[in-house]
Design a protein around this ligand. Structure first.
Ligand code: DP6
Length: 328
């Protein structure tokens, strides 16, 4: 009744933003992401008949009540009618940086809990389970470039992730993450999405987003970084425009984020490969090549307010660490 798993974060190149069914956490638009080899979460789950409550530890500290409740609810989903469990989760990156993505956490939790429960789910089933905890977690079940479909409102099992290309298929991709203002997000993604429904641009966002998927898939098939980068930049800017135009506006971009966008676009005019993306937080990210990654990282690090950078390559999907135990 014990298992240990690890999963990595992913960065969406075509963004998931908006829900068609809040209760089932079905996305309103399809998305496509790159699972990265940096930002890993390791999680152990031990279902224990001797326990009379769940115990959840994150980075060796007891989880706050909200996080604990979210984990317990997810365990109920993975194993209905279950016994209580001890869950230990650790990130290999500082949680305080505001990079702690729910994607790696819920992908690792889904796999560890399923294995501890003795269930041998396939990737599709794991992805459906992970999605219900956090949409982006569905994508971290797989490595490389991964698509998350929208599914059908009312049908829990209708939306899941599918790998488009493995981490070995296009090894020459790099993602430079510029770490800006640290600290927890002011508006979480779930709230940001719900609030964005009040945006006059929400209808055009959901109407225009699906067409980016075939463009991205075609670019991936051709290994055409410029085409994929153009899709990524457009998707990120449209997502933020939609959120910002809501009432009240949802603004994740900070000064250094916008400056980072300009630096990345400027690098392009100078012949470097670099395309901007940004999620529901202040950290600018650049899609680039192994040859240009160091230069792009240095240019981003020169932006006042960008504290450090991480260069990430395509990473593997969630995996079980058989026979290993989590240090407590
Ligand atoms: C901007 O997956 O965190 O990173 O399903 O409500 O948990 P919930 O949202 P979450 O949203 C991710 C939003 C995004 C874009 C993306 O990853 O596609």
């Amino acid at each position: 009744m014990y298992a240990l798993a690890e999963a990595r974060a992913n960065i969406a190149l075509v963004k998931y933003w908006g829900k068609s069914d809040l209760a089932r956490n079905l996305p309103a638009v399809p998305s496509l992401s790159l699972t990265v080899d940096a930002l890993t979460t390791r999680t152990s789950v031990h279902f224990d008949p001797a326990r009379n409550a769940d115990a959840v530890w994150i980075d060796r500290k007891p989880a706050d009540p909200r996080a604990q409740e979210r984990v317990s609810r997810h365990l109920d989903r993975v194993l209905p009618g279950r016994m209580f469990a001890e869950v230990r989760s650790s990130n290999d990156f500082p949680t305080a940086a505001g990079l702690a993505s729910s994607a790696s956490a819920f992908a690792a939790l889904t796999l560890a809990a399923s294995a501890a429960a003795g269930a041998a789910h396939d990737g599709t089933k794991l992805s459906i389970l992970a999605r219900q905890a956090s949409g982006s977690a569905a994508r971290s079940i797989f490595g490389g470039l991964v698509l998350l479909g929208v599914g059908t409102p009312g049908q829990t099992d209708s939306s899941f992730a599918t790998p488009i290309a493995s981490e070995r298929d296009w090894p020459d991709l790099r993602l430079v993450i510029g770490i800006g203002i640290e600290g927890p997000k002011e508006i979480g993604s779930t709230d940001g999405m719900t609030r964005s429904e009040a945006s006059p641009y929400y209808a055009s966002w959901t109407a225009s987003a699906p067409a980016e998927i075939p463009r991205a898939v075609e670019a991936i098939e051709r290994r055409d970084l410029a085409a994929l980068g153009a899709v990524a930049e457009r998707s990120a800017l449209r997502m933020h425009a939609c959120a910002m135009a809501s009432d009240p506006g949802v603004v994740y971009l900070r000064g250094p984020t916008v400056e980072g966008l300009h630096v990345i676009q400027k690098l392009r005019t100078r012949g470097f490969h670099a395309w901007f993306t940004c999620d529901a937080g202040p950290h600018p990210k650049a899609l680039t090549t192994p040859a240009d990654a160091e230069y792009v990282a240095r240019a981003l690090a020169e932006v006042p307010g960008i504290r450090r950078t991480i260069i990430a390559a395509p990473g593997a999907g969630a995996l079980l660490l058989d026979g290993q135990r989590m240090a407590s």
